[in-house]
Design a protein around this ligand. Structure first.
Ligand SMILES: Nc1nc2c(ncn2[C@@H]2O[C@H](COP(=O)(O)OP(=O)(O)OP(=O)(O)O)[C@@H](O)[C@H]2O)c(=O)[nH]1
Ligand SMILES: [Mg+2]
Length: 334
């Protein structure tokens, strides 16, 4: 279970805290009760058995928030930037949700503690929900839990949801690609530009943010990234990733980041890409849930005798493993 930094009052006991009363929780979340929002995200995160009910209750509010992903290497400044973006979005009057995804990596403890410090500016603002989230134990993993948590925040009336993920593995890249707009943060002198290509991050970046521009080498990093973008093949009307600089620790360059996000958003809408991305996101979500369910059922077969019987036949050469797998799948269907 991850720690949470949701801005619920410390004395959040009472009926909401342990409730599984989904209609009540959704009603309260709609009314802006942060404890109900926190509880719903906990249910999502832990893959609770009421999850399908939660999803059904929230379905009507799908697609109401703009989802912005922030990814990048550990320590590059994601939380600091997120904190500053929240400030900028609040100044525009938006309600904002923040999900800091904990990929259960070795960085976990530090990341969450850091998030807590760096995002505490907004801890008492009722227009902001901040939540760290872990996907451990969730049926469909991170890629299934995150969109559900986004739905909770949409249901709670957030206009914008910022999703911070550490860009260290494929799962995080997947999560970032679930956003409408993905920001990839880099810092000078981290060899990040090369890393970015290796990790396949170039493909998912809509906006590159060269943060820590107060450090030496920022110009070179901007040049490297622009060089890589220039190499990419792009048809007419296709989005060309933007490159902006920031010094998040001083709140500098945040307006430029916000402007790049707006520009991308306009492009998404103009080209029908918003809908396409959201449908792709929904497809990934359904697939992850279905695969999770399938895996769970295969797991239960593994415990039983069906798989053991088939395995014995394969081992003695009575049938081949493909035929056995077909038989296994046929049993799942029945
Ligand atoms: N010099 C400098 N330091 C910065 C800047 N932005 C953030 N930092 C510092 O970099 C450190 C890491 O910042 P975070 O915002 O926690 O980075 P993060 O990417 O969220 O880190 P993880 O969540 O642990 O991956 C902190 O000490 C920040 O104060 C910047 O623009 N310039
Ligand atoms: Mg962070």
């Amino acid at each position: 279970m991850s720690e949470t930094v949701e801005n619920a009052p410390a004395a959040a006991t009472g009926p909401v805290r342990r409730s599984r009363d989904v209609p009540m929780l959704v009603e309260r979340a709609r009314a802006g009760d942060p404890r109900a929002v926190a509880r719903l995200i906990t249910l999502v995160e832990s893959g609770d058995e009421v999850l399908p009910q939660v999803a059904a209750a929230l379905a009507p509010y799908a697609g109401q928030a703009q989802v912005v992903g922030l990814t990048g290497s550990p320590g590059v400044g994601k939380s600091t930037t997120t904190n500053e973006l929240v400030r900028a979005l609040r100044a525009r009057g938006h309600r904002v949700g923040v999900l800091a995804i904990d990929p259960s990596s070795p960085f976990t403890g530090g990341a969450i503690l850091g998030d807590r410090v760096r995002m505490q500016d907004h801890a008492t603002d009722p227009g902001v929900y901040i939540r760290s989230m872990s996907s451990r134990g969730h049926l469909g993993g991170l890629s299934a839990a995150t969109p559900q948590a986004v739905r909770v925040l949409e249901g709670a009336g957030c206009d914008v949801v910022l999703v911070e993920t550490v860009g260290v593995g494929q799962a995080e890249v997947e999560v970032a690609s679930l956003a409408d707009t993905t920001l990839v943060l880099l810092a000078p002198g981290m060899g990040d530009a090369i890393q970015a290509v290796k990790a396949g991050i170039l493909e998912i970046a809509d906006v590159f943010v060269v943060n820590k521009a107060d450090r030496d080498g920022a110009d070179a990093t901007v040049r490297d990234i622009q060089g890589m973008i220039a190499l990419g093949e792009r048809g007419p009307g296709e989005w060309r990733p933007q490159v902006v600089r920031s010094i998040a620790a001083r709140g500098e360059g945040i307006d430029d980041i916000a402007a790049a996000i707006d520009k991308h958003r306009d492009w998404l809408e103009k080209h029908g890409e918003l809908r396409r991305r959201r449908e792709a996101r929904a497809a990934a979500e359904v697939e992850a849930i279905a695969l999770g369910a399938l895996r769970a059922r295969i797991g239960s077969l593994r415990d039983g005798t069906e798989l053991a019987t088939l395995a014995a036949k394969v081992a003695e050469g009575a049938i081949d493993p493909y035929a056995a797998a077909d038989e296994l799948l046929a049993q799942l269907g029945s």
